[in-house]
Design a protein around this ligand. Structure first.
Ligand SMILES: Cc1cc2nc3c(=O)[nH]c(=O)nc-3n(C[C@H](O)[C@H](O)[C@H](O)COP(=O)(O)O)c2cc1C
Length: 244
């Protein structure tokens, strides 16, 4: 979650049983940083990016997590960028295990630049962009997408991410107007792709976590339910499908 999930925040989760924590999302090039400044002006302070060297900042945040002796998992960095270069650069940091391409952000200042959620409307561009990152990155690659965006085809998008060779497809299975995730969308992605699928949205207890797995997710992710830094259920009770 932008402006919230930094190294200090993620460190609080080190003993909760997660395999991976994601910091960010971050605006990572001149264009997205300037767009972020406009977003801040309308009250969304989480889009602020620390001044100074961005790579150094991310190195520091990942060090905070990895220096915790309890933490044995991976660290991912969610990034908004117009070009692939800043994402590739972040993948070169030793302690970064995964770079996550943000094809999820719907702030108009970001989509107006052709990145974030606007990539969902251009699966071919998303595939080319992701493939370039996959080819050059020193880390694994994830792509975060949003479901049920009018005018987009989630299966075409998912296939483009898989064809590009990404390691993970991270799906915010939001269902507009509903307090729970769209589990059907997860099932249909699972039936048409083989990529490692991380299901996200409205997981807040054991029941919703298990439903996401039973719908076909290989992994799950939580955002709002963790905002206090506490996990509201015991992750070890979730029965994962251990095929991957
Ligand atoms: C305040 C806030 C900031 C967020 N920032 C980001 C972001 O920068 N990048 C991203 O991929 N998702 C971001 N998200 C979306 C969450 O990661 C997640 O996909 C969404 O909240 C649904 O999951 P949840 O029901 O577990 O919260 C943000 C969500 C919130 C509430």
């Amino acid at each position: 979650m932008a402006g919230i999930t930094d190294g200090k925040f993620c460190r609080k989760l080190s003993t909760k049983g997660f395999d991976l924590v994601t910091i960010g999302g971050y605006n990572s090039d001149r264009e997205t940083i300037l767009a972020g400044k406009k977003i801040i002006k309308r009250g969304r302070s989480e889009f602020d990016v620390p001044l100074g060297d961005f790579k150094e900042h991310i190195t520091h945040q990942t060090d905070i997590i990895k220096k915790d002796t309890h933490w044995k998992g991976m660290v991912s960095v969610n990034l908004r960028a117009v070009t692939t270069s800043p994402i590739i650069e972040i993948s070169e940091i030793n302690e970064v295990d995964v770079v996550e391409i943000n094809a999820h952000c719907r702030q108009p200042e970001i989509t107006g630049l052709g990145c974030g959620q606007s990539l969902l409307f251009k699966p071919e561009k998303l595939e080319r962009f992701t493939h370039e990152v996959v080819k050059k990155a020193d880390s694994k690659v994830s792509v975060k997408i949003r479901a049920n965006v009018q005018g987009t085809d989630i299966i075409e998008i998912s296939k483009s991410v898989e064809n590009a060779g990404a390691d993970y497809l991270h799906v915010d299975a939001m269902k507009p107007g509903h307090p729970q995730a769209d589990y059907d969308v997860i099932s249909s992605i699972k039936q048409t792709t083989e990529i490692f699928l991380i299901g996200n949205n409205s997981i807040k207890d054991l029941k919703s976590a298990q439903k996401m797995i039973d719908a076909g997710s290989d992994g799950i992710s939580l955002a709002r339910a963790l905002i206090t830094g506490k996990l509201p259920f015991d992750l070890s009770l979730v029965k994962f499908n251990n095929s991957k």
